[in-house]
Design a protein around this ligand. Structure first.
Ligand code: FAD
Ligand code: NAD
Length: 478
């Protein structure tokens, strides 16, 4: 007889592993199926985020930021350093070590919480049975009371730029470049394009980013996109908008990239090319024809607001379902589903999911953009405070960017918080907390923020909503 679990999770990324841990904490007999193996053939947990996504990219961003500051920014403090060098192989090895430690950490957490790891490819059969095919071909079928599909996503490849060993790379290959290229092309000025482009631009690579759309960061608030474009250009990122790649050719170990813009056919030659044009749900081999789960027209697993699929007792979360492809969104859906399974009341607030781009300065936002609200006909008040007016930002020599708070003109409720700034990734949680607690701009105005802190910019932006910021001239006409 096959072993039976209360919950079987397929996929151990930030959606799946968090769901599994929460389910086990709630007293459910839980297993998690994972097919990812490392170069030694061992199963690794953590999914895209820990292995080839959030964590390794941030490790490279941090290393190159320190290098860049040492070379170009610290002199203002009186610190001089000649002949600063970067050992790229060491930087990549450090990144790999962090990944190893974190993925091992998840293995430890599974053990501590009593989650069983089932190594292999998982497939949902009808009747909530899960078939697991191990690397050696052994097939085992398990019974589950509940199944959580958390199979994540894969990079989108485009026919004009087929992946080519060491030359045309997806995000995984891009994280393993171990020598500074002289020139780098990136297709797609989205999150990965800007983060990976920044990594190499800081090391002196001439980076050209080809973006099909005519507008830069169309998803962001227009002020964030404008400021981001200006600052990244200053850092040497050559972002060519309205540029559609039509083909590539490998010539003498370099990549020729052909693209079309408003002026006609163009070409550039680069040492390496990163393709970063988005990700697609990973569902190949996951679902038996008769399992009852449906996919939508774009290949995402169809779910309702509680992540329930069309099959009773089967849920799906994370990158393989609708919504932003973000690790924290995947994890929160995992927690919600585990809670629902044990009968708790649980729901996720999809209106308050922060987004961050880890360039320097960082760009971050939560809630609605000014252009979205105007399109919806919502009457708004906007307060903006530049870091150039913050004492703490000046002390840190990090004065680029601003905090922008948008509130409803009638109710004063905070509808969106948008920022560009050195530590925007940390500050944005203040906006998320405020919005989650249905705060008004006045609530933020009446709070006492510690001085001197960069967070005071959030306070001042809230005050600026009503023309009351203290450290900028912002008096509103009465
Ligand atoms: P995944 O992390 O993709 O995990 C899915 C897991 O399921 C994988 O381990 C896969 O092997 C396994 N799996 C799939 N099918 C099966 C099967 N049939 N059987 C067994 N196992 C299976 N997000 C952020 O929030 N912040 C960031 O800073 C950030 N940076 C990123 C940087 C890069 C370069 C990339 C590529 C992504 C980044 N993301 C970031 C996005 C983030 O990684 C994803 O949103 C997140 O990993 C999604 O989690 P998930 O659990 O849904 O899927
Ligand atoms: P993305 O959707 O952020 O950006 C893709 C960009 O490529 C878009 O600007 C799009 O217009 C452009 N594009 C698409 N097809 C093109 C083509 N043929 N030629 C030129 N440009 C083209 O996707 P991504 O950067 O690949 O990232 C994938 C996902 O991973 C994102 O959804 C993101 O949520 C997640 N991610 C998040 C973070 C973070 O939270 N900091 C970091 C990296 C990745």
């Amino acid at each position: 007889m096959s072993e039976k679990f209360d919950v079987i999770v397929i996929g151990a990324g930030p959606g799946g592993y968090v769901a599994a841990i929460r389910a086990a904490q709630l007293g459910l007999k839980t297993a998690c199926v994972e097919k990812w193996v490392n170069d030694k053939g061992a199963t690794v947990l953590g999914g895209t985020c820990l292995n080839v996504g959030c964590v390794p990219s941030k490790a490279l961003l941090e290393s190159t930021h320190k290098f860049h500051d040492t070379q170009h920014k610290n002199a203002v403090h009186g610190i001089s350093a000649d002949n600063v060098t970067m050992d790229v192989k060491k930087m990549v090895a450090r990144k790999d070590k962090i990944v190893g430690n974190l993925t091992m950490g998840i293995t430890g957490l599974f053990k501590a919480n009593g989650v069983t790891t089932l190594a292999g490819m998982g497939k949902l059969l009808s009747g909530k049975k899960v078939e697991v095919t191990a690397a050696d071909g052994t097939v085992t079928v398990y019974d589950a009371q509940n199944v959580i599909l958390a199979s994540g996503s894969l990079p989108v490849n485009i026919p004009p730029a087929p992946l080519t060993d060491g030359l045309i790379l997806d995000n995984e290959g891009a994280l393993n470049i171990d020598e500074t290229p002289e020139t780098l092309g990136v297709i797609g000025a989205g999150v990965i394009g800007l983060e990976m482009g920044s990594v190499w631009a800081r090391l002196g690579t001439k980076v050209t980013v080809l973006e099909a759309l005519d507008s830069f960061l169309a998803v962001a608030d227009k002020d964030v996109a404008k400021e981001g474009a200006k600052l990244l250009k200053k850092q040497g990122l050559d972002i060519k908008l309205g540029s559609m790649v039509s083909g590539t050719e490998i010539v003498d170990g370099k990549v020729k990239v052909f693209y079309k813009d408003s002026k006609g056919e163009q070409e550039i030659t680069v040492d390496k090319l990163i393709v970063a044009v988005g990700r697609r749900p990973q569902t190949q081999g996951l679902l038996a024809d008769d399992c009852g789960v449906k996919l939508d027209e774009r290949g995402f697993i169809e779910v309702d607001i509680q992540c329930k699929t069309a099959a009773a007792g089967v849920y799906a979360i994370g990158d393989s379902v609708r919504g932003p492809m973000l690790a924290h969104k995947a994890s929160e859906e995992g927690v919600m589903v585990a809670d629902i399974i044990v009968g708790h009341h649980a729901q996720m607030n999809y209106d308050v999911i922060p987004s961050i781009i880890y360039t320097h300065p960082e760009m971050a936002w939560v809630g609605k953009t000014e252009q979205e609200l105007k399109e919806q006909g919502v009457k708004i008040k906007v307060g903006k405070f530049p870091f150039a007016a913050s004492g703490r930002a000046m002390a840190s020599n990090e004065t680029d960017g601003f905090v922008k708070i948008i509130a409803d003109e009638e109710t004063d409720r905070v509808l969106g918080v948008h920022m560009v700034g050195a530590i925007a990734s940390e500050l944005i949680s203040q906006g998320a907390i405020a919005m989650e607690f249905c705060s008004t701009a006045e609530d933020l105005q009446l709070m006492c923020f510690a001085h001197p802190t960069v967070s005071e910019a959030v306070h001042e932006a809230a005050l600026a909503v009503d023309g009351h910021a203290i450290h900028i001239a912002n008096r509103k006409k009465r």
